[in-house]
Write a protein that binds this ligand. Structure first.
Ligand code: NIG
Ligand code: FE
Length: 413
């Protein structure tokens, strides 16, 4: 199998192999080749360059990309795409004045999704989830982190892990699973949170490690969910199994989760709608990726992550969808790139870096995904005719994608 894409108006995000992350000032640049070609064999990017050097290259499939741009596929480093049903009734409750917190306090929210998921068969859960994922591949996402966290019992969390494992085996997209058993306190443990934490540290983490699906651990570190001490207990237990943290912190309140994440060498700290100087200073001394989730801020009408403060401090940032039924029921990365520009005041270059190479870093895959680089996986977006990559965030809520190449396979939309 070989594919040659010719006459590419802009080949966007061409990086050397040693670029795994882009920080601060460097995020303002997007390396572009104009009037270019790109050659793929099997699942790998083999060669690219200006059209004048394309002569003599032959391939089984030729794509004429006249007037179109080619970018690396989006890397969505934070999703909860495996869930059952939806929460439209809570959506209406919020329109009518209830807050996300009010809904959680009366036993809804995450617990609602957990109840539904517990009652859903593994097969049905797989079918619902793979349909969502296939739709998003056609919208340009080529890699997905997927969390558990709507099981909240040993049995249901393992059911989620098995579904994620099957998606990983059967989908062409790159999947990285994360164990988020500490997503909410289950109703049965309302007055005995410590017992649920024990269940996670003594039963679920070892069982998940044995299944060998997830190398990442997540905790919702937030008031009313898991405090700093609970979070540390879970991170410590997971570290014994070499599970690296990717944690939910600072969504509504600052509990110190950023510093704790850094202490435990977190790959990413996600949300950060609230952020203080201590957090910035902790991140400066770390290899941890801060991740903004503008779809959640949009849907819940909460503050947007102060991306400017983060980038201007010389730090990197990634953006992701947080796709889930409660706080962000959209997995459209094109919209996220746009929201990053419009609401987080990131430039198109910064937003595209944040959604590709830095997203890949935040899921531990940037050596093989997230840029146009010889030897990396052929996960690509071929856009509709566009003048410039800035039109992607500019035309918000439009779909700029014409075709995608996923794991070396060309798909029409
Ligand atoms: O990232 N904050 C915690 N978890 C999800 C929301 C989950 C839900 O409401 O179902 C989030 O926003
Ligand atoms: Fe989330």
């Amino acid at each position: 199998m070989s594919i040659l894409i010719k006459n590419i108006k802009q080949l966007v995000q061409v990086y050397d192999h040693n670029v795994m992350i882009v920080k601060g000032e460097a995020m303002k640049t997007l390396p572009v080749l104009k009037n270019a070609y790109l050659y793929i064999e099997h699942d790998t990017i083999i060669e690219y360059g200006e059209m004048e050097y394309c002569e003599g290259i032959e391939a089984e499939t030729i794509v004429d990309a006249t007037g179109k741009l080619v970018l690396p596929s989006w890397c969505d480093s934070h999703t909860h795409i495996v869930y059952a049903g939806n929460r439209t009734s809570e959506f209406v409750d919020r329109i009518n004045g209830l807050s996300y917190e009010d809904i959680a306090n009366r036993g809804g929210g995450i617990l609602n999704s957990a109840k539904l998921l517990q009652e859903t068969s593994e097969e049905d859960l797989y079918n619902q989830s793979i349909n969502r994922l296939e739709e998003l591949i056609r919208m340009g996402t080529g890699a997905f982190e997927i969390k558990t966290g709507y099981g909240l019992t040993v049995e249901a969390e393992l059911k989620m892990l098995k579904v994620i494992k099957r998606i990983k085996q059967e989908s062409l997209a790159k999947i990285t699973p994360t164990l988020l058993a500490a997503h909410a306190i289950p109703a049965d443990y309302k007055t005995k949170k410590e017992d649920y934490i024990k269940l996670i540290t003594e039963k679920l983490i070892p069982k998940a490690a044995k299944l060998n699906v997830s190398h990442y651990i997540d905790v919702f570190c937030e008031e009313g969910y898991f405090d700093l001490e609970d979070t540390e207990t879970i991170l410590k237990a997971a570290a014994k199994y070499k599970m690296q943290p990717k944690i939910h912190v600072n969504q509504f309140n600052i509990l110190g989760g950023v510093g704790l994440g850094v202490k435990y060498n977190a790959l990413s700290v996600d949300h950060l709608e609230e952020l203080n100087n201590d957090d910035i200073e902790a991140l400066k001394k770390s290899e941890t990726m801060p991740v903004a989730l503008p779809g959640c801020s949009y849907f819940l009408s909460i503050p947007y992550t102060p991306a400017r403060q983060i980038i201007d401090a010389g730090l990197p940032i990634a953006i992701a969808t947080d796709y889930n039924p409660g706080s962000a029921p959209s997995g459209n990365m094109n919209f996220i790139v746009s929201a990053a520009c419009i609401k987080l005041k990131m430039t198109p270059e910064e937003a595209i870096n944040a959604a590709t190479i830095n997203g890949a870093y935040a899921m531990g895959i940037s050596s093989m995904y997230g840029s146009i680089t010889r030897g990396k996986k052929a996960n690509l977006i071929i856009t509709k005719p566009l003048n410039d990559y800035s039109e992607i965030p500019y035309a918000f809520a439009h779909n700029p994608v014409d075709q995608v190449i996923i794991n070396g396979q060309l798909k029409d939309i």
